[in-house]
Write a protein that binds this ligand. Structure first.
Ligand code: C2O
Ligand code: CU
Length: 493
């Protein structure tokens, strides 16, 4: 293997192919079938692209405190990107180069991690492993190519549970110009929550101590693109595409549209093998889903998207209620007769099981110690005592994630997609590239992953960020690189 830097290879390829890329005609724009301003209540601000080159998206992101209004009259000073909650929607096309001029105006150091993007390690945003932390007043330039289409997101990797919980997250949508799902009206939806205390201040990130860590703290205000229970306007029956990301640090969303059908066409890594009809859709922390819906109802009536109770461990259904996410107010027009949509399919070649190196990761939670503290462990050790897992460039591994704890863990791998194989022995179908996958309590999931030509030390962790900070984290050393000294880190207490 010649040790070429992946980033420079991609950039050269991009420079050579740029003219061709921009010459490809986009799929004919379909006219919107919905009233003007139908999504005004939740439309996300976009980061303006200041680079005239069509193959480069160049933006500015500033992390800073800002007062946001999550519901009429409910304001809180959150930690934000560019003053908004969530941070701005970054929009790019597959193969674009993304340049982000980042400045930290917070009082704490931070970074940006590009969740799900196959970046080179230098751009992965993990302090002490892939870059130094960005201190107060400092800047950092993130510069990489976005090689895959799909909805991704960005967030810090410093004190993640605290910083994400306080509001630092935003969506990154990478579009494939030739992809046609047959739907004109689309939403990018960021689901999250935030904890606001009685005096209108952010709830401390360590509330509830060790028990709070084990549960995974949820905010008391559920947000849809930063708003509590926003309203959309739509004509009944008009198909809408909803690309949804769950950026909450712990909360799961279990979507129900009053029993109406969702067509799931994709997720973390873009379009899936074939689409599926679903009555409910689970989106665990860090995951994305790509849905087509045709909300039906009486002209002038309304329906509500809700998050049903889902048991991810003790405390997630006890004394809890169903959450309203947003309502759709129907116009007076007669419902649109059911449209014919193209069948979405994608040929996916999974990594080969034959010859794959078996790796087992056991998640455990020992009983609390004498001081009432507890920690999550992978193969018997919490993150701060762990040695990295190892992989060779080009190697395919067959991972068994054995969750022996009574809590679910949405497991995330940085920098690579993986292919889920089976859950509790039952094959997973349709095939879908994932970077975040829920491992339910007391269950085992197996997956295949191939480590391509991007050497480095890549993180694995539970995306319930309290669990990650509580020990459920590790790294994989890909290729012949030196491990960082992360294992000397002290527990975050
Ligand atoms: Cu969104 Cu280390 O993760
Ligand atoms: Cu977890």
């Amino acid at each position: 293997m010649i040790p070429v830097r992946w980033s420079s290879v991609r950039l050269l390829a991009l420079a050579a192919g740029l003219a061709a890329v921009s010459a490809v005609p986009a799929v004919a724009e379909r006219p919107s079938l919905l009233p003007a301003g139908w999504d005004a209540d939740i439309k996300l601000a976009e980061a303006p692209d200041r680079n005239p080159d069509p193959g480069i998206v160049e933006i500015e992101i500033v992390a800073k405190l800002a007062e946001v209004e999550v519901a009429p009259g409910t304001r809180v000073t959150a930690w934000t990107y560019n003053g908004g909650l969530p941070g701005p929607l970054i929009r790019a096309r597959v193969g674009d180069r993304l340049i982000v001029h980042f400045r930290n105006e917070l009082e704490q150091e931070t970074t940006i991690h590009w969740h799900g993007i196959r970046v080179p390690i230098e751009m992965d945003g993990v302090p002490g492993i892939s870059q130094p932390p960005v201190k107060t007043g400092e800047t950092f330039v993130y510069d990489f190519v976005v090689p895959d289409s799909g909805l991704f997101w960005y967030h810090p990797h410093v004190m993640s549970a605290a910083q994400v919980g306080y509001g630092l997250y935003g969506p990154l949508l990478v579009e494939e110009p030739d992809e046609d799902v047959g739907v004109a009206d689309a939403l990018t939806i960021v689901l999250s929550d935030i904890g606001i205390g009685p005096r209108g201040l952010l709830e401390p990130a360590d509330s509830g101590g060790s028990a709070g860590m084990v549960f995974g703290r949820e905010g008391n205000h559920v947000l849809v693109n930063g708003r509590v229970r926003p309203e959309l306007r739509a004509r009944a029956g008009v198909p809408q595409r909803w690309r949804i990301v769950n950026t909450a640090k712990s909360r799961f969303f279990f979507l129900d549209l009053e029993g109406q059908t969702f067509i799931k066409i994709g997720g973390d890594g873009g379009i899936q093998e074939y689409s599926e009809r679903k009555d409910v859709v689970l989106v665990t922390a860090g995951e994305r889903v790509d849905l087509i819906v045709m909300p039906m109802g009486e002209p002038g009536g309304e329906i509500t998207l809700r998050s049903l109770l889902y048991n991810r461990g003790y405390g997630s259904i006890e004394y809890r209620s169903v959450e309203d996410l947003f309502t759709i107010q129907f116009t007076d027009e007669a419902p649109l007769p059911a449209p014919v949509l193209p069948e979405m399919r994608r040929a996916i070649v999974p990594p080969a099981v034959e010859g794959a190196t078996p790796v087992t990761m056991q998640f455990t939670l020992p009983p609390v110690d004498g001081k009432g503290e507890s920690e999550f462990r992978i193969n018997g050790v919490p993150f701060w005592k762990a040695e990295p897992f190892k992989a060779r460039i080009g190697e395919t591994q067959f991972w068994t994630l054995d969750n022996q704890t009574p809590w679910d863990h949405p497991f995330h791998l940085h920098g690579y997609f993986f292919m889920p194989v089976d859950e509790a022995g039952v094959p997973i179908s349709p095939m879908e590239w994932k970077d975040t996958l829920n491992v339910p309590m007391n269950e085992t999931i197996r997956l295949l992953v191939t480590f391509d030509e991007r050497p480095g030390e890549w993180m694995i962790h539970c995306h319930i960020l309290d669990h990650a900070d509580g020990g459920l984290m590790g790294t994989v050393l890909v290729g012949d690189v030196k491990p960082s000294s992360h294992h000397t880190h002290v527990p975050p207490r």
